[in-house]
Design a protein around this ligand. Structure first.
Ligand SMILES: [Zn+2]
Length: 107
């Protein structure tokens, strides 16, 4: 039995005009969720992790989280049209993170 709990972000834009959406688990497993997307948590059929779904409005591209050292880190948004994080170069990632840091300073 696996008691892992994962959190995943899904772009609202990706699900608003569709009947089903394939959610990817960290393990590579896939979970199909169906319209009207009322489930807020699903279980991965592969690794049995509980996946909590957080729908973010529009398509923000990425979510900024923090790593274990408190450093800002990019997190993927499923269904986003933005370039996947693993395809971003270090300088592209740093640019996005520094934009976010500037926005935080302004607030
Ligand atoms: Zn899984």
């Amino acid at each position: 039995m696996n008691n892992n709990i994962l959190y995943t972000f899904v772009a609202e834009d990706a699900i608003k005009d569709t009947e089903m959406f394939t959610l990817n688990c960290n393990c590579g497993g896939k979970v199909i969720i169906m319209s009207p997307f009322q489930e807020t948590e699903v279980t991965c059929p592969e690794c049995e992790s509980l996946i909590k779904i957080l729908i973010v409005s529009g398509d923000p591209g990425y979510i900024i989280g923090a790593d274990e050292n408190g450093e800002p880190k990019l997190l993927p948004v499923q269904g986003s049209k933005a370039k996947p994080i693993e395809l971003l170069s270090e300088s592209e990632k740093n640019k996005i993170l520094s934009n976010v840091k500037n926005q935080i300073k302004k607030d």
